[in-house]
Design a protein around this ligand. Structure first.
Ligand SMILES: [Zn+2]
Length: 325
């Protein structure tokens, strides 16, 4: 009995490393099976000199996070990572993320497993965020969820019955590169009229500044350089800027209405810095969804903001490795 109890205790205390790795910042944590974050470190990602430097950085941050937790390496039973795509989650191979230099078909999972001596699971960062929100955030308790990340890019992750839906070649959920305007702005992916070109932070800023330039009354206003300034200018009553944000909500609403009709999910979670633009964006988004999607799809649809914020990726990465142990 004694040994059984001891084993049970060990299982219930299972701890993993979980990382949300980005081209700018990396967050790494020790997480338990209940989704409690025990230790959390955040650092600027070392990646200027290419992929080898970045891999070394991930390994040294992993070691540092374990040390800060006063744990031994043996007490960590796995590592989950959210990483910029495109990547193959099954093999843990990173293809060529647009914002990272020198990554082309890198078998990151195998490399980290060799260095750290524990099983590693790698997931696209948007999918990890979706899984985190489903496990411990806004989507807790729902069966189907689509999480849209609205930041420097626009990404998406699909959770169906508690599992990430990857599709045939790991592209599922790429809502940012679906077409919302037929003859629209050219996107970094090569297509024209993609959602991302309008609704990512850079796209919104460019459209705000274009509108201000056109509005002769606002000649004195310098170009805005971040979304905080956009929010401030709206608070000061600038109708031109407000209209661009409402229009962004409409464009996002078109994409969400398509998701609602296509997948009929219980919930859409909106995540990322762009959501800080607040109610103006979200209200026009919700109105547009109601206007365009089937009533049956919208009646059962909840559109919520992320509850976990910056921690959704870490918790999704943790859940991902726990589900594989
Ligand atoms: Zn695109």
């Amino acid at each position: 009995m004694g040994s059984k109890n001891c084993l049970m205790e060990k299982i219930s205390n299972n701890l993993v490393l979980a990382a949300d790795v980005g081209g700018t910042n990396t967050r790494m944590a020790v997480v338990n099976e209940n989704g409690d974050i025990l230790t959390l470190l955040k650092k600027a990602t070392h990646c200027k000199n290419g992929r080898d430097e970045m891999i070394e950085f991930i390994i040294s941050l992993a070691v540092e996070t374990i040390e800060k937790s006063n744990l031994s390496k043996e007490e960590i039973c796995g590592m989950g990572i959210g990483f910029p795509g495109p990547l193959n989650a099954e093999t843990g191979t990173i293809f060529n993320p647009p914002n990272l230099d020198g990554w082309d078909c890198v078998p990151l999972r195998g490399m980290l497993e060799k260095e750290l001596g524990v099983p590693v699971a790698i997931e696209n960062d948007a999918n990890a965020a979706a899984l985190g929100e489903w496990w411990k955030g806004a989507g807790s308790g729902v069966n189907s969820l689509f999480c849209i990340t609205l930041g420097t890019g626009v990404g998406g992750g699909i959770i169906l019955d508690g599992n990430i839906w990857h599709g045939a070649s790991s592209i599922a959920g790429e809502i940012g590169h679906t077409t919302v305007i037929r003859d629209g702005i050219k996107c970094t992916c090569g297509n024209i009229g993609c959602l991302e070109a309008y609704a990512c932070s850079g796209g919104i800023l460019r459209r705000v500044n274009d509108a201000l330039l056109k509005g002769r009354n606002n000649d004195s206003l310098q170009p805005l350089t971040d979304l905080k300034q956009v929010s401030q200018v709206i608070k000061q009553g600038n109708e031109t800027v407000l209209n661009v944000i409402k229009e962004t909500g409409v464009i996002l609403g078109i994409a969400v209405a398509n998701i609602a009709n296509l997948l009929n999910p219980e919930m859409i979670v909106l995540f990322g810095g762009v959501t800080n633009l607040g109610e103006n964006l979200v209200v026009s988004l919700k109105e547009e969804v109601k206007r365009r999607a089937f009533k049956k799809a919208t009646e059962s649809l909840r559109i919520e903001l992320s509850q976990l914020g910056d921690n959704s990726g870490i918790l999704g990465a943790a859940k991902n490795i726990f589900s594989k142990l």
